[in-house]
Design a protein around this ligand. Structure first.
Ligand SMILES: C[S@@+](CC[C@H](N)C(=O)[O-])C[C@H]1O[C@@H](n2cnc3c(N)ncnc32)[C@H](O)[C@@H]1O
Length: 307
């Protein structure tokens, strides 16, 4: 990624964070934080941490006086942004903060949080051994399982989790993106969204397919197959609507990025006519600009316990 691409991706992740906060399945999140409350000093591995959104979310929900996090991502620039954002959050919350490259320690009275940020590929033979001795109480994977080979990644998590540890895997795309009001040429938009889904199904890491467009369903079935006990499940659809004709700033950034992503996927497929695609983008950007676009994207959250 170029520096400009990374900056754009960070902006997208930050905008997505508040949309995700609205969307997470409340009862599953509650079950997960209840699990952390019962875990003494919870040690949490956040995989594909990006800018540390899930770590920040858990810190804010303050499930325990002491918390320890390991945030793993293959992108160094995103980890640097996570370190900056976490430092900022801790200061806002009144913690005193000390940090050195990749390690943050925050203290406030009896409360303390430590965060270690590690660069690496979770499926890489080098990273996994360095994590394997750590008694993780939970693994979190937020907007992550669709970009990695699902069965292999779940098996790697299982090896890192002790008996009773929780997997909390959230914002798992599950097949449907709806944009309303419908585009004038409905069959074109239907084809474009099918191509968009197919681009996820065609994604490979090495020779392995990733979670793809039915990650939510596949993850549930695979967790059962690998012997996890399902402890929570529900939909975490992104639903964005311009209440009183306006989006929040984050919603607008998020919608523009989503339209751009669908457009980019359309560009890569020969069956999508370039002229029609350009007209589609112009029209969709205009519906965002004028506060008329409603979005619904079906996703699920899962909590599963290691037996
Ligand atoms: C869609 S982003 C989600 C980031 C973050 N969880 C959030 O929701 O804001 C997926 C993240 O996974 C990271 N990633 C992808 N494959 C990975 C792998 N095999 N190991 C570690 N990180 C990975 C990417 O660099 C990216 O930051």
């Amino acid at each position: 990624m170029t520096a400009a691409d990374t900056a754009r991706f960070c902006d997208y992740l930050e905008a997505k964070r508040s949309v995700d906060d609205e969307s997470l399945h409340k009862k599953t999140f509650q079950r997960f934080t209840d699990h952390l409350k019962k875990s003494g000093v919870p040690i949490i591995l956040d995989v594909g941490t990006g800018t540390g959104a899930m770590i920040r979310r858990i810190v804010k929900s303050s499930p325990a006086a002491k918390l320890s996090f390991y945030g793993v991502d293959e992108s160094e620039p995103l980890l640097r942004e996570a370190e900056r954002a976490l430092g900022e959050l801790f200061r806002e919350l009144g913690y005193s903060v000390s940090s050195r490259a990749g390690f943050i320690s925050a203290a406030r009275g009896e409360s303390g949080v430590e965060v270690r940020l590690l660069r690496g590929d979770i499926l890489d033979g080098q990273l996994l051994p360095s994590l394997s001795g750590i008694p993780f109480s939970a693994v979190t994977a937020h907007a992550f399982m669709d970009v990695v080979p699902l069965a292999e990644t779940l098996a790697a998590f299982k090896r890192l989790m002790r008996k009773g540890a929780a997997l909390y895997a959230t914002i798992n795309y599950d097949g449907t993106t709806e944009l309303l009001p419908s585009f004038a040429d409905r069959s074109f938009e239907r084809l474009l969204l099918a191509v968009y889904n197919r681009s996820m199904d065609d994604r490979r890491v090495g020779s392995l397919p990733t979670g793809g467009s039915r990650t939510g369903t596949t993850l549930y079935d695979e967790a059962v197959r690998q012997g996890f006990a399902i402890a929570g499940f529900g939909s975490s659809d992104w639903s964005v609507f311009p209440w009183d004709g306006r989006y929040t700033r984050d919603e607008e950034v998020f919608l523009r990025a989503l339209v751009e992503t669908i457009y980019d996927e359309g560009l890569k497929h020969g069956e999508i006519a370039a002229g029609a695609l350009g007209a589609w983008k112009e029209s969709r950007v205009e519906t965002v600009r004028s506060g008329r676009l409603a979005l619904n994207v079906h996703q699920t959250d899962l909590m599963a316990l290691r037996r």
